[in-house]
Design a protein around this ligand. Structure first.
Ligand code: ARG
Length: 264
């Protein structure tokens, strides 16, 4: 009995080895379908409703959930590949696309001239702008210019909000707190340690709601920002494939449905 088992195992192993060198001609009908090729998306899952780790631990792809994860799932399906999520610092995404560590980055990423130097962008799929998150009883911040009146402002390192606060509004360095997650800055407003946070609208609204804070808008000061998917400049094929999926999802209302589902 033992011997037969050992023999069977050896046979299986050698078969496995044979198939590894590509010479084996027999394929067992019942054999499992070959593992699907992976499509690797890079993101920073600290940005609800676009990408976040589900509280329950069960998202739509592993623990991950959100509008961008749903879009990526559709892209992977259309290419017949298995989606793998690489969660990392937002600041590392562009370099990961350039080095090929990920096939694309989707992270509520605003198209900017500077980023266009480094990566290719898909067509855009969402429009946002910056908002100011403040304490519910705050009466002295009513527009972006008010932030210049000696206010302490939180931003997330490397987000467009960081550039706007630093370069456009020119808030002095000692008044700016740079953190690596939006929620960390919002917590400081909640604790009374910061006057305001400048962050993207949908995320700002979601975080303010969760933490009992309020939003101040200033459409004059904050320009519209468009989100797109970042892809390696050499991979025009993937740019085209992604644009096709995005066009379909815009046309058949899927993107709108996702916005409703996740934005509430
Ligand atoms: N839209 C902003 C930017 O492109 C913030 C994006 C943050 N995204 C994230 N997944 N953490 O800079």
């Amino acid at each position: 009995m033992k011997k037969t088992l050992a023999f069977a195992l050896a046979a299986i192993l050698s078969l496995g080895m044979l198939s590894g060198c590509g010479k084996q001609e027999t394929t067992n009908e019942e054999a499992e379908a070959p593992a699907k090729e992976q499509l690797i998306m890079g993101t920073n899952a600290e940005f609800p409703p676009f990408e976040f780790v589900a509280d329950s631990g069960e998202g739509i792809v592993g623990e991950y959930d959100g509008i961008d994860i749903a879009i990526s799932k559709r892209i992977a399906e259309s290419l017949g590949k298995e989606l793998k999520v690489e969660n990392m610092q937002f600041e590392g995404l562009i370099a990961s696309v350039q080095s090929g560590k990920v096939d694309f980055a989707i992270a509520g990423m605003t198209v900017t001239e500077e980023r266009k130097q480094s990566v290719a962008f898909s067509d855009t799929y969402f429009v946002a702008e910056q908002v100011i998150v403040v304490a519910p009883d705050n009466a002295d911040i009513t527009c972006a210019a008010d932030l210049k009146n000696d206010k302490t402002v939180g931003v997330v390192l490397g987000y467009t909000g960081d550039a706007i606060v630093t370069d456009d509004l020119q808030i002095p360095e000692e008044k700016v707190l740079r953190v690596s997650r939006g929620i960390d800055a919002v917590q400081e407003v909640k604790n009374g340690k910061l006057d305001a946070v400048v962050i993207d609208s949908a995320t700002g609204i979601a975080l303010a709601k969760e933490n009992g804070l309020k939003i101040v808008e200033d459409k004059e000061a904050f320009a519209a920002e468009e989100y797109a998917i970042a892809i390696n400049k050499d991979n025009t094929e993937l740019v085209e494939a992604i644009n096709k999926v995005l066009a379909e999802m815009k046309e058949n209302g899927e993107i709108d449905e996702l916005a409703v589902k996740y934005n509430g």
